[in-house]
Design a protein around this ligand. Structure first.
Ligand code: SF4
Ligand code: ZN
Ligand code: ZN
Length: 305
């Protein structure tokens, strides 16, 4: 068996397109598909300053590596969330440090517990009714945006891959979360100069591919799952979708691309309805960030704990 494009031994078989690829051609393909997504969705160009949120995982570290390789102005940001169970945050940070040293890339760090007095583990001890991933999501989005504004970045990039996007889409459709479907896109434009543009350049790259990309590029990453991910529905959905993919190769990509194609039509119909229901955005009374309530989600969490 040979690579589709040269005589080297294949390292991967991409089933949906029935491609056997050697190491070099696989790496090239991941980079090409990412470049195409950046262009197709007008994510950013060489004039932009891109802050990449890194967690110590394969996706975000690979994304930072790749955007840097492509010549974009990028810098990583690691948020130490204070997940103390199984020393998860500390372990993740070790991988971020290793990456930074190995590839000579400086990475900003933000320590939630040091800055706000409480990490995710502390918050969860105080508020047993909270869902860890919801709290964590609000905190991450807020801090990423805040640091990017402070450091003069204008685009926020995250390592969400195809599997992440498809499982989220699946969950939103199963429960007809129209509001979330409205905003599920590889690009969310900047709002009111306060919420920066958010992009997902790996939206068409599968989880298996980002893992192989990281491995072949010599990127070491945290392999343990977050202790709170056991409760995350995403994993359950990913397992279902993996079975669908086994049965029908390319289904995930078709599902996602098909949704993006029809989303605009769908958008028009529900956009009006949702702006009427949700009302106008205001400024948070504590921090001044845009919010639909008097106090934003982030400030509410820390007010209550
Ligand atoms: S699994 Fe949930 S709690 Fe853990 S890092 Fe991800 S979003 Fe945060
Ligand atoms: Zn080849
Ligand atoms: Zn606030």
């Amino acid at each position: 068996m040979k690579c589709k494009f040269c005589s080297d031994k294949p390292v991967v078989h991409l089933k949906p397109s029935n491609l056997y690829l050697c190491e070099n051609h696989f790496l090239e393909r991941v980079e090409e598909v990412t470049k195409r997504a950046i262009k197709k969705f007008n994510m950013f160009d060489n004039k932009d300053r891109i802050l990449v949120a890194v967690s110590g995982g394969k996706d975000s570290l690979s994304l930072l590596y790749l955007l840097n390789k492509l010549g974009y102005y990028t810098r990583g940001l690691y948020i130490n969330l204070g997940i103390e169970e199984r020393e998860y945050s500390d372990e993740s940070f070790e991988y971020v440090k290793k990456f930074s040293e190995k590839f000579h890339m400086d990475i900003y760090t933000y320590n939630l517990k040091e800055e706000k007095g409480k990490g995710i583990t502390d918050i969860m001890k105080h508020r047993k009714n909270y869902k860890a991933c919801s709290v964590c999501g609000i905190v991450k989005r807020y801090i990423m945006n805040k640091i990017a504004l402070e450091k003069n970045f204008n685009v926020l990039a995250t390592g969400h891959n195809l599997d992440d996007e498809v499982s989220r889409l699946f969950g939103n459709i199963v429960f007809w979360q129209e509001g979330y479907l409205l905003h599920q896109n590889p690009v969310l434009e900047e709002e009111k100069n306060k919420l920066l543009k958010k992009v997902k350049p790996f939206c068409f790259i599968s989880e298996k591919q980002t893992a192989l990309y990281a491995y072949l590029r010599g990127i070491e990453y945290v392999r343990n799952e977050c202790p709170y991910s056991i409760d995350a529905k995403t994993i359950f959905y990913k397992n279902i979708l993996n079975r669908v993919e086994e049965n029908s190769s390319g289904a995930k990509l078709r599902f996602y691309k098909g949704f993006l194609d029809i989303q605009k039509k769908y958008f028009k119909k529900v956009h009006k309805k949702y702006t009427e229901i949700m009302g106008e955005e205001k400024e948070c009374k504590i921090c001044g960030m845009p919010t639909l309530k008097e106090i934003c989600g982030f400030c509410r969490i820390f007010e209550r704990v």
